[in-house]
Design a protein around this ligand. Structure first.
Ligand SMILES: NC(=O)C1=CN([C@@H]2O[C@H](COP(=O)(O)OP(=O)(O)OC[C@H]3O[C@@H](n4cnc5c(N)ncnc54)[C@H](O)[C@@H]3O)[C@@H](O)[C@H]2O)[C@@H](O)CC1
Ligand SMILES: Nc1ncnc2c1ncn2[C@@H]1O[C@H](COP(=O)(O)OP(=O)(O)O)[C@@H](O)[C@H]1O
Ligand SMILES: [K+]
Length: 517
């Protein structure tokens, strides 16, 4: 599935109307009907009272259809027009006239806001058809008042937004002054990019994309490039095949490089995640001072204890590890490594001894590479970076705010410029490829926000690479499984209580239904 912005939705609608010949009023009728189906399926009580709030654009047009069709289903429905009738035009005007010609219940906010408030109070379900993808300026009076009043009922009445919560920018997810806080958003054709960026996730609620007879194949026909949404089906097709006759050599040998006196657990979580997600072997290259503790808690791993000074790797470690590097099928570097003095030269020397196997760079290794990204661009194999927003800001020498407000743009820029496969972590992770392809992960929540969670993710990525997945396949699958595991474990252990080992177990649980042979 794709994720669409305002421009793409206009292209799709226009092509359907002008080239295919399906009139806009038919699309609007379909849109309204789909929303009515969802309202009926999610009504919180028997015989609910519904208030439809319609604006002056085509989103309001959907609202007229919704109110009419609910009326025909004997639902107690009232429509309130927030705009003025003489501003209506095009398809919305057609459906407004139909509504009026039928003599159905309507009131006008501009005429009497008290009537509006009494309808608002009485309703069980509020349908937000005020603005859709067409907002192009800050929300002002009277719309802002209406949206504030609707939001007073957030959590008390069922609020369903049509296409997008009114006031949310469909491209970047920023609130244009004020935006509806929906419980549910029924969106047309594709989810909107803004659902997954900035304020979007806090406003959109549960969302569902419905078909309104705009063929999805137009995307290919017109060669429109849009971000992909990570779905279960995409992941099922992306996780590595696992032949029954395979042995530990078939499934690859991952080298995990990390750890320091203060961070013993991080590389251990990575190695455990490597093995729990299917790699044949995992070797932990760690400073020798933490070897005995790490070995004690990870009997399943192999070990390469390396020379250290003050609890972190030193120059001798490179000489010790370099003759061994050829035997590994993928490398994960960074978890718990610490930002040690001389680390930049250390990591430069390390990468020069590799033979082109894919490498996942995370945590402190991202910091150590920040001033020498040219080395990464010149590396003969695939490089995958998995920064959280703080690490991304550090790599780009900018602020976290700048990164968070422009997640898609930042990820695209970095992946193209340095020719890396980038996973920008955080709420709604983004994957960007050197070729400019984008993937958005709509899953995961705060249960994953605990030290060690990212180390687990790094391990799963490296594991899939060693089992033959492409960098994109490895990032898409690992990001999805990690997020789903967090959601699933939170149901049993609470959002507070999910630990890194639970995520690892959860990933294994998820894999049960995903196995490919
Ligand atoms: N034929 C089509 O193109 C279809 C459109 N559909 C609906 O149409 C919506 C998009 O319709 P529109 O492009 O008309 O846009 P909207 O319905 O989002 O409204 C835009 C209207 O509001 C005005 N406006 C924009 N920002 C404003 C602000 N801050 N304060 C006050 N007024 C503001 C604009 O001048 C315009 O008249 C979609 O979200 C979807 O709900 C669906 O009916 C499916 C078919
Ligand atoms: N609120 C959230 N919603 C979705 N994912 C989250 C949330 N909080 C944390 N995560 C995920 O948890 C992981 C944390 O990684 P990171 O910050 O590198 O932690 P650490 O280095 O301590 O292991 C990332 O994959 C991130 O996307
Ligand atoms: K809306």
């Amino acid at each position: 599935m794709f994720v669409a912005g305002q421009k793409e939705m206009q292209q799709l609608d226009q092509y359907t109307i002008e080239k295919i010949g399906l009139p806009g009023i038919v699309l609007m009728e379909n849109a309204g009907e789909r929303v009515v189906e969802e309202i009926m399926a999610s009504a919180p009580c028997h015989n609910p009272v519904v208030l439809v709030l319609a604006g002056g654009g085509n989103n309001g047009g959907d609202g007229f259809v919704i109110a009419r069709r609910l009326f025909d289903l004997d639902v107690q429905v009232h429509l309130c027009l927030i705009s003025t009738p003489n501003r209506l035009k095009g398809d919305a005007k057609v459906h407004y006239d139909v509504y009026i010609n039928r003599g159905l219940p309507i009131s006008f906010y501009q005429d009497n806001s008290n009537i509006f408030m009494s309808h608002l109070q009485q309703a069980d379900i509020l349908i937000d058809a005020i603005f859709g993808t067409g907002i192009n300026r800050l929300i002002r009076e009277p719309y802002d008042q209406v949206i504030h009043m609707v939001n007073e009922y957030a959590g008390k009445k069922l609020i369903i937004s049509v296409d997008i919560p009114s006031g949310l920018n469909s491209d970047n997810g920023k609130v244009q002054g004020v935006a509806v806080k929906a419980d549910k958003t029924i969106t047309f054709v594709f989810p909107k990019t803004g659902f997954f960026l900035n304020d979007g996730p806090m406003h959109v609620g549960e969302w569902k994309a419905v078909d309104i007879s705009v063929p999805k194949s137009i995307v290919h026909d017109l060669g429109i490039k849009m971000p992909n949404l990570i779905t279960e089906n995409l992941v099922k097709a992306s996780i590595p095949l696992r032949p029954h006759h395979g042995h530990k050599g078939t499934f690859g040998h991952v080298l995990v490089v990390g750890g320091s006196r203060s961070f013993v657990g991080a590389p251990v979580f990575t190695a455990k995640a490597v093995l729990h997600s299917g790699a044949g072997l995992a070797t932990l290259a760690i400073p020798e001072n933490i070897y005995s503790i790490a070995a004690n808690i990870s009997p399943e791993a192999l070990f390469l204890p390396l020379s250290e000074t003050d609890g972190h790797f030193d120059a001798r470690a490179i000489l010790e590890i370099s003759p061994r590097l050829g035997q590994f099928t993928s490398i994960a570097i960074g978890p718990g490594m610490s930002r040690f003095p001389g680390g930049e030269a250390w990591i430069e020397s390390f990468i020069q001894h590799l033979n082109g196997q894919p490498i996942v760079v995370d945590a402190d290794a991202l910091y150590l590479f920040r001033n020498q990204l040219e080395i990464i661009r010149e590396y003969q194999g695939d490089v995958l970076f998995s920064p959280h927003p703080g690490e991304m800001a550090n790599l780009l020498h900018t602020s976290i705010k700048e990164v968070e407000e422009n997640r898609l743009e930042v990820a695209t820029f970095f992946a193209k410029k340095y020719e890396v496969y980038l996973l920008l972590k955080g709420h709604r992770p983004i994957i960007a490829t050197p070729a400019g392809n984008l993937y958005i992960n709509p899953f995961g929540h705060d249960a994953l926000g605990k030290g060690g969670s990212g180390d687990v993710l790094t391990g799963v990525i490296a594991s899939f690479l060693s089992q033959g997945a492409s960098p994109t396949e490895a990032l898409v699958s690992a990001s999805y499984l990690h997020a789903k595991a967090g959601e699933d474990k939170a149901r049993m252990l609470s959002h507070y209580g999910v630990m890194p080992m639970d995520i690892i177990e959860g990933i294994r649980d998820q894999l049960v239904s995903m196995e490919r042979k």
